[in-house]
Design a binder for this molecule. Structure first.
Ligand SMILES: Cc1cc2nc3c(=O)[nH]c(=O)nc-3n(C[C@H](O)[C@H](O)[C@H](O)COP(=O)(O)OP(=O)(O)OC[C@H]3O[C@@H](n4cnc5c(N)ncnc54)[C@H](O)[C@@H]3O)c2cc1C
Length: 545
């Protein structure tokens, strides 16, 4: 599908469609793909273009008044495909416990169950280029091998796997949803780019949507009318658009109970502790990658650890998981081989001279480290295992769940962006229960690694420092919860079908609807919930089409 640039259309631009999806990231693109070839006319409206630009990115500027977050105009991508433009493709599943209402996690509990989402997670494999959704000890059987011996005590820590998304259109990276959209070959789906939605117009009683105001950065305007609108602008921007649509509903749309923007969660990430990089083999051997051949290809699964569900209940902990982080040494041959392969791919675009300098160094690294390279090739192709990397730093990295805290929130700031929209003011909070869970998780890891005889592990002592612990955490660009799902409009912004309470035809896709987020990277769940929403819309909003 070829995009249409709003800037190139003749004035006045007024578009009528059945379904309008705002945002072309994993959420929006997955819904568009589900509708491709149907009788429903679909318009995807995307603020960015097919390439990133500084001016588009500047629309993501925020004012940060809370815990440390990476610069938001840098880590989110305002471009076709959204933040899948730069994501790493790491995927895993939520756990059943993440959906439960837990007494020690205020405001927890989804109105739907894990079982209801499971079939959609399975369907999302095709969107994300994933192998089977198996992320626990059942994977050993699928791999046809026994778990590493001696085993970690499953009563305190469980095996946790992550797998990597693979792009159907490019074997060397994770799924970029810009390519998903480009590959749609159906006349009922259109993509409008450089088209920023600045206002959702509703009826005077705010019970239905009337139109969307759309603008380019150069000031070109359009009006879009649709029977159904799905906001798929990302975990922060969905809330911003609702709050900024305040011409009729003065507090913003869907905000009669002052919930839009609240309950902001992310995954505070931190280094838990370090291993000696000179004693790397047993660590990398246990925590490394396992390749699984399955009906539709081969995927890498990475091993890690998570807190056992029963222990979470018993000790009132949040869900946490940890995986191995490796800072490769500059003369690591696997790194050199990867660079060579990606440079060969770029060769047509680069001058041979600039390519040659780095390639010369990499070839020299490969020849000097030839025995290691051979051992890694044997592991990779004969044993279906990941490489043992020559490391400078070897550590465990943790992602921790957060409690949904109403004071952790986004609001509209005083300043405006180039479109005249108020920028977001982010007050992200990390609380004591998050720290307590991580510290306890780390204690369990330390004692279990000792018990199974792995080389010395040095825990991060800063996590126990009463003054300094917060500065050890940073967000993982997984903003969630700001338009949370609940059956009652007093408790959530959208209902169990992702419809904004009280507003006919307005739906939300993406992690902003998640009431809690476990430790799992969100995109697999985002895509699963997007497919679920597409099914709902087909059956309920477009049943007669
Ligand atoms: C560096 C990085 C690494 C990551 N790695 C992982 C990972 O390994 N695993 C994982 O699960 N997740 C990862 N993530 C998170 C992942 O990218 C997001 O979960 C995912 O992209 C969210 O999808 P989305 O469609 O909801 O939103 P987005 O991807 O943010 O897409 C939203 C789209 O809406 C558009 N838009 C926004 N506002 C407007 C507007 N007003 N009008 C029109 N268009 C608008 C944007 O331009 C964008 O294209 C990573 C993120 C980053 C930044």
């Amino acid at each position: 599908m070829k995009p249409v640039d709003l800037g190139e259309l003749e004035d006045p631009v007024s578009i009528q469609t059945d379904l309008c999806i705002v945002g072309s990231g994993p959420a929006g693109s997955s819904i568009a793909k589900e509708f491709a070839g149907s009788m429903i006319q679909v318009l995807v409206i995307e603020g960015g273009g097919t390439e990133e630009s500084t001016a588009d990115q500047a629309l993501y500027t925020v004012e940060n008044v809370g815990a440390i977050r990476a610069p938001q105009e840098g880590v989110r991508n305002r471009v076709v495909g959204g933040s899948s433009h730069g994501w790493s493709g790491r995927c895993t599943s939520f756990d059943e416990i993440d959906f439960e209402s837990r007494a020690w996690v205020p405001n927890s509990g989804w109105p739907i169950t894990f079982e209801e989402v499971r079939p959609f997670s399975d369907r999302s494999r095709a969107h994300l280029g994933l192998g089977p959704n198996v992320y626990d000890d059942h994977l050993w059987k699928k791999l046809g091998i026994s778990p590493p011996y001696p085993q970690i005590d499953p009563a305190c820590l469980k095996s946790q796997f992550w797998q990597y998304s693979t792009d159907q259109h490019n074997a060397f990276g994770p799924t970029r949803f810009s390519r998903t959209l480009a590959a749609i070959d159906a006349s009922n789906v259109r993509l409008l780019i450089h088209a920023n939605v600045t206002q959702i117009n509703t009826s005077m009683d705010v019970t239905g949507i009337v139109s969307l105001d759309v603008r380019t950065l150069e000031g070109k305007r359009a009006e879009v009318k649709a029977r159904v609108v799905v906001l798929a602008c990302g975990g922060l921007e969905n809330a911003r658009l609702l709050l900024a649509s305040n011409k009729i509903a003065l507090n913003g749309i869907g905000n009669s109970h002052d919930l839009v923007g609240r309950f902001l969660m992310d995954h505070p990430g931190c280094k838990l502790g370090w291993f000696d990089p000179n004693r790397a083999f047993p660590i990398q051997d246990r925590f490394g990658s396992y390749y699984l051949d399955h009906e539709s290809g081969r995927n890498a699964y990475e091993f890690g650890l998570a807190i056992n569900d029963e222990l979470q209940r018993k000790e009132q902990l949040l869900n946490c998981a940890a995986f191995l982080g490796i800072l490769g040494s500059p003369d690591d041959p696997s790194g050199a081989a990867k660079r060579l392969i990606s440079n060969v791919k770029l060769l047509s675009a680069e001058t041979p001279r600039s390519w040659g300098a780095q390639a010369g160094k990499d070839i020299s690294i490969l020849t000097t480290n030839f025995p290691r390279l051979l051992r890694n090739a044997y592991r990779r192709f004969a044993k279906l295992r990941g490489a043992i990397v020559k490391a400078e730093e070897l550590y465990l990295y943790c992602l921790v769940e957060q409690i949904p805290n109403p004071s952790s929130r986004v609001t509209l700031g005083e300043r405006t962006d180039a479109l005249g929209m108020p920028i977001l003011r982010i007050d992200w909070r990390i609380g004591e229960i998050e720290r307590r869970s991580v510290v306890r998780f780390n204690e369990l890891i330390g004692s279990e690694l000792r018990r199974v005889g792995l080389p010395k592990y040095t825990p991060n002592s800063h996590l126990s420092d009463d003054f300094d612990w917060r500065s050890n955490f940073v967000d993982r660009a997984h903003p969630s919860g700001t338009t949370r799902m609940a059956d009652s409009p007093r408790l959530g912004v959208v209902d169990r079908n992702c419809k904004v309470h009280g507003v006919a035809g307005l739906y939300i896709a993406g992690s902003s609807v998640f009431p809690t987020i476990g430790h799992a990277n969100p995109t697999l769940m985002i895509v699963a919930m997007a497919i679920r929403l597409a099914d709902w819309l087909k059956r309920h909003e477009f049943a007669n089409a």
